[in-house]
Design a protein around this ligand. Structure first.
Ligand code: CA
Length: 433
C-alpha cells in the first residue's frame, strides 16, 4: 500500500532512480518491463483503452467539473503507451519484477563519486548564482538552499534533463492498465485540473516515464498542493521559472514538517555492540542515548549543535552492516516524503553537505558488495519472515527499514550476528530459499 503522500509508486520510483543514475538523468526508459504484444492485440487494446477513456472515465471527469473542451483537448487523441513499465495486460498475471535495482543490489551505484563531484561542483556554482533567491527561500520556508539544490539536481540535473513525454498519455495508460490504477486515475484528474484552471498550457504537460512533471518532478496532485509562484508572475511554472521550481521544492518540504535550522544527519561509526535493528523512524532517541552506546561521528567531529537535548535522533543503516551508518534527524524523513527511499534521502543530504562544503569526499565506510539479489528474492525473504511473525512493511521486494530490521531481529533470535540486509547467503538459510 502506498501512503497517501508518496510521490511515485515504488517500482516507478526505483526505475526513475535507476534512470537518474545515468547521465543525463531521466533519459528515456529502456522498455525493460515492456509488454510484448502482437499488432492485432495492440489494436484491440487501443480500442479497449478508448472505450474506457471516453466512456466511464470521461463521465467521471466531467462530473468532477472538468470542462468537455479541456478533456477532449488533453485526451482526445491520446494512445496508450504499451511499453511503459508496470502495466498489467487484461487476462495475464503481473510481470514478475525480476530486474535488479539500485535500491537493493548495490547502493554504491547510487553514490557514484564522479557524478556526485559533478553535481556538487555545479551546485556550488548555482548556490553562488542564486544566493539571494536561496536566502529568501530559507527565510520563507525554513529549508536551506543546499537541500533544495540537491533535490533539483537529483530530479532533473538542475533543470537540464529533457523531460518530453506526453504526461497525459502516460497517466492515462497507467490509469487504465497500470498496477496502481486508483492512484493514477486521481493523478490524471489532477492533471486535467491543472489545465482546466488555465494555469498550465496543455503543451507544457510533459513528464517523465513516471508521469512526474517539470524540473522538480512533481506528480500532478503534488503540483496542485505544493507548487508555488515565487517570481510573482501569477503562474506556478515548474518548467521554466527557477524561482518557482526551487520554491515549490522548498514548500513541499516545509509542508511536510521540515524543521528550520536542524541538520539532516551525519555519518557515524557503529560499534558492533549496537544492533543494526535499532534503526527506523519509530525508534528515535535523544542523541545522548546513542552516544552512551558508543556511537561517534566519523572523523571524531562533534555532532550538530542543532540537535538539542530533546531532539529525536534516528539510526539509519541503508545497507545494514554492509555499508555506512548514520544518525539522522526528523528532517531526513521529511526528504523521504519527496521520494520515499532511504537512498534517495541520503543522496540528497549528502549532496547538500558537499554543495555547502561540510563534506568533501565519499563516506568513510564504503558500501560493500552484498551479492546479486532480485526483487523476487527479497520478496521471498519477506514472505518467510512474515510467516515467522515479523513486520517487514509488506511484501514488496524492496529492503526498506522494516525489512532490514526484521532480518536483524530474526538473526539475533537465532544467535547470529545481526547484519540487517538481504543477501544470497541469507536467502539460502531461510526455508523456501
Ligand atoms: Ca511564476
Amino acid at each position: 500500500m502506498i501512503p497517501p503522500r508518496r510521490r511515485h509508486p515504488p517500482l516507478l520510483a526505483a526505475l526513475v532512480m535507476a534512470l537518474a543514475l545515468a547521465a543525463p538523468p531521466l533519459a528515456p526508459a529502456p522498455p525493460a518491463l515492456a509488454l510484448k504484444v502482437s499488432k492485432e492485440r495492440e489494436a484491440r487494446l487501443e480500442a479497449d483503452f478508448r472505450r474506457w477513456l471516453h466512456g466511464p472515465f470521461r463521465r467521471r471527469a466531467l462530473k468532477e467539473g472538468i470542462p468537455e473542451k479541456v478533456f477532449d483537448a488533453a485526451l482526445g487523441h491520446v494512445k496508450p503507451i504499451l511499453k511503459l513499465p508496470d502495466l498489467v495486460l487484461p487476462g495475464t498475471a503481473p510481470i514478475p519484477p525480476r530486474q535488479r535495482q539500485a535500491e537493493f543490489s548495490s547502493p554504491a551505484h547510487y553514490f557514484d563519486e564522479r557524478s556526485l563531484r559533478i553535481h556538487a561542483e555545479r551546485g556550488r556554482r548555482l548556490h553562488r548564482q542564486h544566493a539571494r533567491l536561496l536566502r529568501r527561500l530559507e527565510r520563507r520556508f525554513g529549508v536551506p538552499g543546499d537541500i533544495v539544490l540537491a533535490i533539483w539536481a537529483r530530479e532533473s540535473n538542475y533543470g537540464r534533463a529533457s523531460i518530453r513525454h506526453d504526461a497525459f498519455a502516460i497517466l492515462a495508460t497507467q490509469a487504465w492498465l497500470g498496477r496502481r490504477k486508483k492512484l493514477f486515475r486521481r493523478e490524471l484528474l489532477a492533471a486535467l485540473r491543472m489545465v482546466a484552471s488555465g494555469e498550465v498550457p496543455l503543451r507544457r504537460m510533459k513528464g517523465s516515464w513516471a508521469g512526474a512533471l517539470g524540473q522538480p518532478q512533481m506528480m500532478p496532485s503534488d503540483y496542485l498542493r505544493y507548487a508555488v509562484d515565487f517570481d510573482g508572475d501569477g503562474r506556478r511554472d515548474i518548467w521554466r521559472s527557477v524561482p518557482d521550481v526551487l520554491a515549490s521544492i522548498a514548500n513541499h518540504l516545509a509542508r511536510h514538517g521540515w524543521r528550520r535550522g536542524v541538520h539532516w544527519g551525519v555519518e557515524v561509526r557503529l560499534p558492533e555492540s549496537v544492533p543494526c535493528h535499532l534503526e527506523g523512524p519509530d525508534q528515535g532517541r535523544p542523541l545522548a542515548e546513542w552516544r552512551r552506546m558508543g556511537i561517534v561521528r566519523v572523523g571524531h567531529q562533534p555532532f550538530p549543535k542543532s540537535w538539542r537535548k530533546r531532539t529525536r535522533i534516528f539510526l539509519l543503516t541503508p545497507a545494514g552492516r554492509y555499508g555506512p551508518a548514520f544518525l539522522v534527524s526528523r528532517n531526513f524523513h521529511v526528504v523521504k516524503e519527496y521520494n520515499t527511499s532511504d537512498l534517495y534521502a541520503l543522496f540528497i543530504g549528502h549532496l547538500a553537505d558537499r554543495i555547502a562544503g561540510r563534506v568533501w569526499g565519499p563516506f568513510e565506510t564504503p558500501w560493500r558488495d552484498t551479492g546479486p539479489m532480485t526483487r523476487a528474492d527479497v520478496a521471498r525473504i519477506q514472505r518467510e519472515l512474515e510467516k515467522r511473525g515479523h513486520d517487514v512493511g509488506g511484501v514488496d521486494g524492496l529492503p526498506g527499514f522494516r525489512t532490514r530490521r526484521a532480518i536483524g531481529r530474526w538473526q539475533q533470535a537465532r544467535k547470529m550476528f545481526p547484519t540487517c540486509f538481504p543477501t544470497p547467503r541469507l536467502k539460502r538459510r531461510l526455508p523456501g530459499g
